[in-house]
Write a protein that binds this ligand. Sequence first.
Ligand SMILES: Cc1cc2nc3c(=O)[nH]c(=O)nc-3n(C[C@H](O)[C@H](O)[C@H](O)COP(=O)(O)OP(=O)(O)OC[C@H]3O[C@@H](n4cnc5c(N)ncnc54)[C@H](O)[C@@H]3O)c2cc1C
Length: 293
Amino acid sequence: MRPLSEAAERLLYTEIPCLDHGFVQPIDYMGNDDEIAQAARTSYGPIPVDKRSDTRTLLRILMRHRHTSPFEMCEVKFRCKMPIFVARQWIRHRTANVNEMSLRYSEAQDEFYTPVLEHVSMQSKSNKQGREETPVNPEVYGEVLDLLKRSQNADFEGYERIYKSLGISRELARTILPVSLYTQWVWKIDLHNLMHFLALRLDPHAQYEIRVFAEAMASFVKAWVPLAWEAFVDYRIEAVTLSRGELAILRAALLSHSDSTSAFVDQAIALAPNLLSSREIGEMRDKLKKLGI
Ligand SMILES: Cc1cc2nc3c(=O)[nH]c(=O)nc-3n(C[C@H](O)[C@H](O)[C@H](O)COP(=O)(O)OP(=O)(O)OC[C@H]3O[C@@H](n4cnc5c(N)ncnc54)[C@H](O)[C@@H]3O)c2cc1C
């Protein structure tokens, strides 16, 4: 029998609702945590069983050191339904395989995205790409919703008139439809590239409407490959990269606190003995040494 993940098996074909009409539905997968470890061990040739590190430790080392190819041995396929403006952001991730429904072949459905009040807010003053956190008041929301719905209804009526009443081709009639219209696709990707996608699209800088789909996929990945997911959260999602300038400031701040930064580091490590393995503590000391701390 092929390698299975019991949790993934239970979730297959379940639609995870996203936004008002969308969903993410895992429809197939290949591999599991053990398979990632197995692929990594292939690099070293046959290793006696008693010399093999356990799967969790191995996966954490792979993630930490960006030894990425074993994660590419796992794949997953989702059926997804999302507004076209979300699909336009999503399609930029070139390492997936995609098959999208076509409005040349099929008739458009009257399904458009309209945001709920909680997610309608003013243009952000600090982030040109984003919105403020606080939602607008209900009257403003009512006006926005009314404008959106009126325009979506008019566009859809126009589509039906061009295609159904005038008999013009679907491929031309669709050009009247807005990017809030829902589309669907089947999306297949390997675990390494999916985690890259998730790191970018779970981030608070990503637009809320695509983040919802990333969160839905993340909930599947967490169940499917829990050890890889844990390592991904620890070493990618919750980790921070500091620039040279930022490190210089940190170094200066540490030195201003203590004559002996190594004593400071010893104290810090002693305060969190369960956070790092002894191997990681060694790696952390090496990094700090390289930085002159
Ligand atoms: C918050 C946010 C804001 C964004 N804003 C904009 C925007 O304003 N305008 C805009 O156009 N895009 C925008 N993007 C899209 C962004 O620039 C990337 O196109 C998108 O995130 C896909 O990333 P990627 O290329 O790393 O992913 P993938 O296409 O999945 O590629 C994964 C990795 O494979 C490698 N790779 C894949 N294809 C190639 C290739 N042809 N050549 C070399 N290496 C390759 C790269 O290492 C890449 O990182 C935004 C993305 C985010 C997350």
